[in-house]
Write a protein that binds this ligand. Sequence first.
Ligand code: HEM
Length: 151
Amino acid sequence: MTQMQPELPPIRSMRPAMTADTMARTGLDETVLTELVHGFYARVRSDPDLGPIFSDRITNWEPHLEKMVAFWSSVALMTGRYHGAPVPKHAGLPVTWAHFERWLELFRETADEVCTPEGAAHVVERAERIARSLYMAAVDTQRAGSVPSLG
Ligand code: HEM
């Protein structure tokens, strides 16, 4: 008797071929990204420097974590699941580059633990690029806030 293959969940994506290719190459999928996000924010929340910045602003963590899995699904797998605007959410945060370095350190640690080496390289490269642009946005608004208005 022939065994039926269990049906794989369909890949929902804006670019299904690219998503399937990245998944095959990196071993990343929604399950791995969920583990990455949950493991990463557990570290962030217990970090003495980063923890308070988040806990002052996020009281209900479940929706934040769900949003962050959608974000990473969009960034890493091009699924188009995230529809937000991260820049304004980081504008004016009380941070220096040292906070972003720490953020990246914890992200790398978690990625090395839960992803394949190819998967970790894929998400870390993207995190580093986005961290630089969010840092610029945060610092620009800090400066804008400290300069007397010319108007
Ligand atoms: C020191 C570094 C960082 C700090 C302190 C920080 C802090 C925060 C906080 C407090 C929020 C919640 C804002 C709110 O809901 O009002 C947030 C949201 C978010 N962060 Fe960060 N963040 C940092 C770095 C990053 C990096 C490097 C990324 C991406 C690689 C990132 C991606 C996001 C995204 C996608 C959201 C959700 C925005 C939305 O509501 O759609 N963050 N962050």
